[in-house]
Each structure stands twice: as structure tokens, then as C-alpha cells.
Design a protein. Structure first.
Length: 278
């Protein structure tokens, strides 16, 4: 897997570098560090920043690239030209009121990139707990496999989460209407079959984890589960070749998941067609 890690100056880039190393080190993946400047005069300071970042990354072979232009545009150009499998980018804290109405660099990169994107939100020394989100669609198998592969490399616990629609208000308090996970899995519906496959895949791969179900607003429930379960990473998916905001594996809420999650988020860019059945 070829990885592009986008950095700015230290110490702001430290969380991004630490998480990038957790992804790259187990498989000795080739890594490129990229920084973007807005004018030629900034090149000396950019070279210093990249040298510091490389030292902090502490990997055997790391390429350094400086591009001039708009950060999101240059990150996308480098991704296309370098044919990277994953982009690692740090989340930017909103500082001003009007910044809330401007798309973040991370949002622009996720929207336009064809590669999988890791949004780093916090400094993480070890990848111990991963939450893999599934909508129960067959195409989600690619997301599950990506999350489990990462868990195996880091000897992490990997739980699966399915969020069911909230009950209509008129049914609130009626236990018979509140479907449980065991009841759902026994229903033999396509949804149940896909969830059963995901749970079995975790076991078959020798990864510790369990299948969980919550009911409510998807983005809110994922954020709550990530917080309550003290996860280091949330894994979600989006189809390749489609608009990130309008055509998502878990509906139109993935941007909200990225925004609300208390930890880093891996957005797995999947193929339009589902993979062959295992």
C-alpha cells in the first residue's frame, strides 16, 4: 500500500505523523510526505518542516515532496500522479465563526480523492480499538475487510456496528417493536445475511471483536459508540467515482460522521461493484 501523508509545520503535524506511522510501519508501506506552500519564498521553511517530519516519522524510506498552490488541489494532484492507495491528512480545528461556512481541506480531499482517506483528529500512540461501521449492504464487505486488515496488522480489537433506523414516535416504549440484534440475525433477510457474514469474517481472520447494533440517528449513534467504547479509529466507506456528499454507503450522513466522531476516521473508497462472494 502506497501512502501519502500530508503535513504542515511541527508540532501541528505530530498527530498526523504518529497515526501515519501506525498504518505504514506494520507492512513497511512506502510513504511520501507532502507539504504545500503558497509562494516560492516559503520553500526553505517547508524543507525544514519536511526534514523534521521525516525524523519524527522514523521509517526507513520516505520521499519528500513540496508543491506550490492551494492545499486541497495540490493534494489531489499528487494523489493522482503518484497513484497512492491512502491519503493521511490532519483535521483542522475551526477557529472563526465564518470558517464554519467554508469547506475544510479534509472535506475537499475526501470529496475529490479516489483513494482511501484517513482523517487524523487526535494523537494516538497505538491502534488498540477499531469501530467498523456497516450499513448491511454487500458492498460494505470491502469496508469490513479494510478495517479487519488494519486490525490484524496492529493486533487491535475490531468491533462491527450497524445502526438501525429510529422507531417512529408512536411505537416508543413498545418492546415488541424494538428489534434486537439476535432477532434480526435470525430473520434470514439480505441485511441479516450480510451482518452474519461480517461477524463470521472477523472470527475467521482471528481478530477479536463483536457485532453491535444501535438504533437512532446514524451519525449520532456512531459518535456515541466511538466515545463510549474508547475507540482509536472509526472506519466508514464511500463509493469510488461518485460524489462523496451525495452517494455514500451509509446514506448522506458520512460527512456528519467525520465531523462528529471523537476519534480519527478512515473513509474507505470502495469500488462501485461489490466484490465476489467469499
Amino acid at each position: 500500500m502506497k501512502i501519502l501523508i500530508c503535513v504542515s509545520g511541527m508540532p501541528h503535524a505530530r498527530p498526523t505523523l504518529l497515526f501515519g506511522s501506525l498504518i505504514a510501519r506494520p507492512g513497511q508501506s512506502p510513504v511520501t510526505l507532502l507539504t504545500v506552500i503558497d509562494n516560492p519564498a516559503a520553500r526553505p521553511s517547508a524543507e525544514t518542516a519536511l526534514a523534521q517530519a521525516k525524523a519524527n516519522l522514523n521509517l526507513p524510506a520516505v520521499d519528500l515532496i513540496i508543491r506550490e498552490g492551494t492545499p486541497a488541489n495540490e493534494i489531489i494532484r499528487e494523489t493522482k500522479e503518484g497513484k497512492y492507495d491512502m491519503i493521511v491528512v490532519g483535521d483542522h480545528i475551526v477557529r472563526g465563526f465564518f470558517d464554519r461556512f467554508r469547506p475544510k481541506i479534509t472535506q475537499k480531499v475526501i470529496d475529490r480523492a479516489k483513494a482511501t482517506v484517513l482523517i487524523v483528529k487526535e494523537e494516538t500512540a497505538a491502534l488498540n480499538r477499531i469501530l467498523i461501521c456497516t450499513s448491511g449492504q454487500k458492498i460494505d464487505r470491502q469496508v469490513v475487510k479494510a478495517g479487519i486488515k488494519l486490525a490484524k496488522k496492529n493486533t487491535a480489537v475490531a468491533d462491527l456496528l450497524f445502526v438501525s433506523d429510529p422507531l417512529p414516535g408512536m411505537y416508543t416504549g413498545l418492546e415488541s417493536m424494538d428489534e434486537t440484534l439476535p432477532a434480526l440475525l435470525q430473520s434470514k433477510t439480505p441485511l441479516a445475511q450480510q451482518l452474519a457474514w461480517a461477524a463470521a469474517y472477523v472470527t475467521d481472520q482471528g481478530v477479536t471483536g463483536e457485532l453491535k447494533m444501535r438504533r437512532g440517528v446514524v451519525a449520532d449513534e456512531i459518535a456515541l459508540e466511538a466515545l463510549e467504547g474508547d475507540y482509536d479509529l472509526v472506519v466508514v466507506g464511500a463509493r469510488a467515482g461518485s460524489n462523496f456528499w451525495n452517494d455514500l454507503l451509509v446514506g448522506s450522513i458520512t460527512p456528519h460522521i467525520v465531523e462528529k466522531a471523537p476519534c480519527s476516521v478512515l473513509v474507505v473508497r470502495t469500488k462501485t461493484a461489490p466484490p465476489p462472494a467469499d
